[in-house]
Ligand binder design. Structure first.
Ligand SMILES: Cc1ncc(COP(=O)(O)O)c(C=O)c1O
Length: 385
């Protein structure tokens, strides 16, 4: 099947686009739309076997507990995880990253320790390390992650910064503003064999195949709702080889059973669709936008542009962020919304070393079409003066 008909079949799986055929949803980095298989799995669960998990001994309760355990195994396979490894369900990347920082790292910290923090990434992968440092006895230094001019991590400088007191390196798989793959396969060599790495995979899970075996990180955290599952879903995967097992503290309470059912259905749907092809589709749309904007003088694309053709250096995934040189980004967002082009226009929750002013972010997923992208480009070119 060619890529176009493959994509048309997949798009037809999303009921929201049948309700709003003229609306181009271009904000999937914030949250994804949900395929029918996910909605049906949740409805099916709630109408035929809804019960609490890990308590109760009747069949619905046992079945719910078993589904949660099966989903943990499915997630390990989905991420290509080496065994043994832990999976903890959370409400999203924010909660997961805070749990790693507060529950796992903070009790291990001692006076003089260091944490490498990526201050130009999402605040959700900056603030938790500040919290962990504040909880620690004595003084813990937050070392800024070095970046190069293309917004990739500067692995040469990072290797010089890592020392015997480095207790954690926080990093992001795909940047939520610049859209670039941060070349995480190079991170372990710079970090050395001992330092734990916590990877924020909020913008990569569900968008491209993840091979944890080759990434060699200790924690991977993501939001299920950005990967076709329901809001309030996500997970922390932990490897437990560079320190104690990850065991989030506090009171566990009732898990998000319906959300976990949705996550299982989302992974099944994504696997069937094929993450290689999803990545190929999204990258092709993002490249189309980047290349068209490069020819419109009124726009400035943030992050990598020319290096798109050199995948060994930088790979843009499904996100393109830009500014109009005259029109404010919030105004541009309103103008585009008037044309049923739903983009995000603000500072995108970037950390303190992020962009100084607002921008417009277009973020794609496999349900987006070439026609939608061309509608966007048409609307943008009308303002190119
Ligand atoms: C890279 C990155 N990390 C973390 C988050 C936070 O995710 P959530 O709001 O689902 O907790 C986001 C959300 O936009 C993100 O893009």
């Amino acid at each position: 099947m060619d890529l176009d008909s493959w994509q048309q079949d997949l798009r037809a799986d999303f009921p929201i686009f049948q309700s709003f055929p003229g609306t181009a949803y271009l904000d999937s980095a914030a949250t994804s739309q949900k395929p029918r298989a996910v909605l049906d799995a949740v409805t099916g669960y709630l109408t035929t076997g809804n019960a609490n998990a890990a308590r109760g001994t009747y069949p619905w309760a046992n079945r719910t507990t078993a589904r949660i355990e099966e989903t943990r195994d499915q997630l390990r396979r989905f991420l290509g995880a080496p065994e043994p490894s832990g999976v903890h369900f959370v409400s999203g990347a924010t909660e997961g990253l805070r749990a790693v920082a507060r529950d796992w790292l903070a009790p291990l910290l001692r006076d003089g320790d260091e944490i490498v923090v990526p201050y130009a990434d999402h605040s959700a992968t900056v603030l938790p390390w500040q919290e962990a440092a504040a909880l620690a006895p004595g003084r813990v230094t937050l070392v800024p992650m070095p970046y190069d001019a293309a917004h990739d991590y500067d692995y040469t400088r990072l290797a010089e910064l890592v020392g015997p007191r480095t207790r954690m390196i926080a990093a992001t798989h795909v940047h939520h503003v610049y859209g670039n793959d941060m070349n995480i396969h190079r991170l372990r060599a710079a970090a050395g064999p001992e330092v734990p790495i916590c990877l924020d995979a909020a913008q990569s899970v569900g968008h491209l195949p993840i091979a944890l075996g080759t990434l060699d990180v200790d924690f991977l955290v993501f939001s299920g709702h950005k990967a076709m599952a329901l809001p309030g879903t996500g997970a922390v995967w932990s490897r437990d080889v560079r320190g104690p097992a990850f065991a989030p503290g506090g009171w566990a309470g009732t898990p998000n059973t319906a959300g976990i059912v949705s996550l299982a259905a989302a992974m099944t749907w994504l696997d069937r669709a094929g993450l290689d092809r999803i990545e190929e589709w999204n990258r092709a749309l993002a490249t189309r936008i980047t290349e068209a904007l490069a020819k419109m003088p009124a726009y400035e694309v943030l992050g990598c542009q020319t290096s798109l053709a050199d995948p060994a250096v930088q790979q843009r995934q499904s996100i393109v962020t830009f500014r109009h040189r005259e029109i404010g980004s919030n105004d541009l967002g309103f103008i585009l919304a008037g044309d049923d082009l739903l983009v995000r226009a603000d500072g995108h929750c970037q950390g303190p070393r992020g962009e100084p002013t607002a921008s417009v972010r277009v973020s794609l997923h496999v349900y987006n079409t070439v026609h939608e992208v061309d509608r966007l480009l048409h609307a943008l070119s009308a303002l190119d003066q």
